[in-house]
Design a protein around this ligand. Structure first.
Ligand SMILES: [Zn+2]
Ligand SMILES: [Zn+2]
Length: 379
């Protein structure tokens, strides 16, 4: 079969490889991949930056074992391992050949303190598909049956199913605190920020304000339900004063756009250090801030910690992954709504056949894109 593999520890370093179809282990299902989508994580694997190289080198014996990448995908089950009882939570859903599945990319241990307390999304021994083991940018992938999520093919089309995993990040982030009747401000209109606009709208947010530096992405945000978009200058002339002025300008615009509400729920999905400060300055006193965007460096400085966080009485909540499987159930409810599916499709701006993965990566990294999808097998 064809697969896209990371073979060399350098930027790009990917290979269009011909490899055997993986065997289906006793607790696994073998999936014939229909479509897959590119994630920021894949971008870091491609660019070979951030924390990913270290994780991959450790998992692959320094890439002596090449790694098939990709962790957002959907496809058809073609083989079921002999010990498999079912899919999803507690193997409750029977799974058979022919089922149309997407996948939770985090494989959790089930026995650590977090898992025993139902917090699977923060399992301390998790491994990730396409990072620690072979992923879905390939014609076939074997995954633990516990990671398979069965879709109704009559309801969820292939291109929606293949982005359910990243959409689930937005579901987790935008439903941690109910957006219903609230003014929601989203910093960062990358795919997860844009999905968050859809989720917040579907959950009844009274007003949605989106802040980003890229006009292309702000237009997408308006298209899927943002009431106001604010374009920010990501690099004002460099002096601390210029950064402070830009923060104040954006906060002022948010205040005007929010009125008569105030910024109840602020979601930081960009990871830009200025955006984190601006998010903390924009949230109303007593409001809530969801922190999802990863900064380039793991440490950041919060400019006005005392004023904006402590005196503001603000709630901060970090979000990672999806709740397993609470978020997936909400995703199922949301994707059952035609208008939600239409908006998800609006976010998918580019689709390439698997063989043209290099172009797909260029498109994603270039930022003039929403979600980029790879078609692996046609109908
Ligand atoms: Zn991802
Ligand atoms: Zn665990």
């Amino acid at each position: 079969m064809k697969a896209i593999r990371k073979v060399a520890a350098r930027p790009n370093g990917l290979e269009w490889a011909e490899i055997p179809v993986p065997p289906c282990g006793p607790d696994e299902v073998l999936v014939k991949v229909r479509a897959a989508s590119l994630c920021g994580t894949d971008g870091h694997i491609y660019n070979w930056d951030g924390t990913l190289p270290e994780m991959i080198l450790a998992a692959t014996d320094g890439l002596r074992r090449p790694l098939t990448i990709g962790h957002e995908f959907c496809g058809e089950v073609v083989e079921v391992g002999r010990r498999v009882k079912g899919a999803g939570e507690k193997a409750a859903e029977p799974i058979r050949a022919g089922d149309f599945v997407s996948a939770e990319s985090h494989i959790v241990c089930g026995t650590c303190y977090q898992c025993r307390n139902g917090q699977f999304h923060v399992c301390t021994r998790e491994t990730i598909i396409g990072v620690h083991r072979d992923g879905g940018f390939a014609e076939y992938i074997a995954i633990p049956a516990s990671c398979a999520w069965i879709n109704d093919p009559a309801v969820v089309p292939v291109e929606v199913a293949c982005v359910e995993e990243p959409f689930g990040n937005a579901v987790h982030a935008a439903t941690e605190y109910s957006p219903e009747g609230r003014c929601v401000v989203i910093f960062g209109a990358g795919p997860i920020g844009l999905f968050s606009v859809i989720v917040a709208g579907a959950q009844g947010a009274a007003r949605i304000i989106v802040v980003d530096a890229a006009e292309f992405r702000l237009r997408l945000a308006s298209r899927v339900g943002a009431h106001t978009t604010i374009r920010t200058d990501p690099a004002p002339d460099g002096t601390p004063q210029a950064h402070a002025r830009e923060r104040e300008r954006v906060v002022g615009l948010i205040r005007d756009a929010a009125s008569p509400w105030e910024a109840d729920l602020v979601m930081e999905m960009s990871g830009h250090p200025d955006a984190i400060d601006t998010a903390l300055a924009a949230v109303r006193r007593g409001g809530k801030v969801i922190l999802f965007g990863l900064p380039k460096r793991s440490s950041i400085t919060v400019e006005r910690y005392a004023e904006d966080v402590i005196f503001g009485g603000v709630t901060l909540k970090g979000i990672i992954g999806r709740k397993i499987y609470g978020t997936w159930k909400t995703t199922r409810e949301l994707t059952a709504r035609p208008e939600v599916r239409t908006k998800i499709r609006d976010i998918i701006t580019h689709t390439f056949p698997l063989a043209r993965y290099q172009e797909a990566f260029q498109k994603m990294i270039g930022r003039e894109s929403g979600k980029v999808v790879l078609r692996v097998a046609e109908d």
